[in-house]
Design a protein around this ligand. Structure first.
Ligand code: 5GP
Ligand code: MN
Length: 334
C-alpha cells in the first residue's frame, strides 16, 4: 500500500469512528510531541473525540505546545473505561517499531473496543511495518509532514495552534532545517505552517534558547573531553551516571541536541554520544553527514532510526561500549 492509499483508507475508516486514541514513542521528541498534538487538533475539527496517551512525560521545552491535557498510561481518565468510552481506533505516530511506544502497549486491551483499527503514521524506514492502515513514507523528514497530508486529505484547515505544533515538529526533526533530511518538501511544509500562523522565532526560543544553565555546564564538561578516533573521522562524547548526577541532581536531565555538537568538528564523519542509562547499560546516539547509513550500524545492536540519525542500547562497561561502537562504525568508514 502506498502512503497515499493509506491516507484515503484512513479517511474512509474515520467515518465509522467516534473515539480515537493517539500515541507515539517513549521519550517523545519534538516531532512526536508536535505531531500527536497537531493530529489531535485536526481530528477534533472533524468532530472526533480524541485522547493522547504517551508512556513518558513531555520534556519541559515542549510543554508550551500542549493545548489540552496529554494522558499517561496510569491517568485516571483511562481507568475503568465503559464500553461506550473505549476507542475504536488507535493511531501511532513516529514509531518505527511498535515496541518503541512502550508501556502504553500493555494497556491497549482495556482501552480499545473489540476490532479497533490500528493506524501507523511514520517516516522511518522499516522492514516489517505494523498496522491495519499504514501511512509510512521514509522520504519525509518528519511525521508532521504526513499529518499535514492527512489534513489535506480530510479537507481540514489548520488553526494557528495546530500550525505551531506541526512547525515545531518539522523544525526539530530537521535540526532547524539543517540536517540532511531537510528538503524542498519540509521547507514548503514549514512555509505553509507559517502562513497558517506558526511563529518560528517564538517556537525556536522556547525549544532551544531557554535551557537550564546546567545543560550548558554539562555540555561544557562533555565537550572538554571529546574523543576522536579513526584519524578524526569518528568523535565521541560520553555521559556517565556520575556526570548526570553532578549537573542534574534531581535526575531530570534533557540531553537532546548535545549529540549534534559531535559532528560539528572538522573532519568528523560520524559523531557518537553515549549516555549511561544504568549499571552497565548505555544509550548510543549517532549522527552523520557523509551519506553512510547509520541505521544499518545500529541495527547490529538492535537499534534503529534514520540514515543520518540513529540510536541503540549497548551493554558493557563504558570502555567496552566505546570499543564496541567505534569498531562497528569503523567498518563502515573508508
Ligand atoms: P536519538 O539519537 O535522538 O535518540 O535518536 C535518533 C533516531 O534514532 C530517532 O529517529 C529515534 O527514533 C531512533 N532511535 C534512537 N534510539 C533507538 C532505539 O533504541 N531503537 C530504535 N528502533 N530507534 C532508535
Ligand atoms: Mn520523527
Amino acid at each position: 500500500m502506498t502512503h497515499s492509499s493509506g491516507l484515503e483508507a484512513l479517511k474512509r475508516a474515520l467515518s465509522d469512528v467516534d473515539r480515537v486514541l493517539i500515541s507515539t514513542h517513549m521519550n517523545p521528541d519534538g516531532d512526536a510531541v508536535g505531531s500527536v498534538l497537531g493530529l489531535r487538533g485536526i481530528l477534533e475539527s472533524i468532530g472526533k473525540q480524541v485522547e493522547i496517551v504517551i508512556s513518558d512525560s513531555i520534556t519541559r521545552k515542549y510543554r508550551f505546545l500542549i493545548d489540552k491535557p496529554v494522558l499517561k498510561p496510569d491517568s485516571r481518565e483511562l481507568e475503568n473505561l465503559k464500553e461506550a468510552e473505549r476507542f475504536q481506533m488507535v493511531i501511532f505516530l513516529d514509531a518505527a517499531e511498535k515496541k518503541r511506544v512502550g508501556d502504553v502497549l500493555d494497556h491497549l486491551d482495556r482501552w480499545m473496543s473489540p476490532g479497533a483499527l490500528e493506524v501507523n503514521i511514520d517516516h522511518h524506514f522499516s522492514k516489517d511495518v505494523f498496522g491495519d492502515i499504514v501511512i509510512v513514507d521514509p522520504d519525509r523528514a518528519s511525521a508532521a509532514e504526513l499529518v499535514m497530508q492527512l489534513a489535506d486529505t480530510l479537507g481540514v484547515d489548520l488553526s494557528p495552534v495546530i500550525a505551531g505544533q506541526l512547525f515545531a515538529a518539522i523544525m526539530t526533526d530537521t535540526g532547524r532545517f539543517q540536517f540532511g533530511n531537510t528538503d524542498s518538501h519540509s521547507l514548503k511544509a514549514a512555509a505553509k505552517l507559517v502562513e497558517e500562523g506558526a511563529d518560528p522565532s517564538r517556537i525556536a526560543r522556547h525549544i532551544y534558547m531557554e535551557r537550564p544553565v546546567s545543560y550548558y555546564r554539562l555540555l561544557g564538561n562533555l565537550l572538554n573531553s571529546i574523543e576522536l578516533y579513526h584519524d578524526g573521522k569518528i568523535s565521541m562524547i560520553a555521559m556517565s551516571s556520575d556526570n548526570i548526577a553532578t549537573y542534574f541532581p534531581d535526575g531530570n536531565m534533557d540531553s537532546e541536541g548535545m549529540v549534534d555538537f559531535t559532528t560539528q568538528v572538522e573532519g568528523v564523519e560520524v559523531g557518537i554520544l553515549l549516555r549511561q542509562t544504568g549499571n552497565g547499560t548505555f544509550k548510543a546516539s549517532l549522527r552523520s553527514h557523509n551519506g553512510i547509513d547509520l541505521r544499518l550500524i545500529v541495527e547490529t545492536f538492535g537499534g534503529g532510526g534514520h540514515a543520518n540519525a540513529a540510536g541503540c542500547g549497548i551493554e558493557g562497561s563504558l570502555e567496552d561500549v566505546k570499543e564496541q561502537i567505534v569498531s562497528e562504525v569503523k567498518k563502515w568508514l573508508k
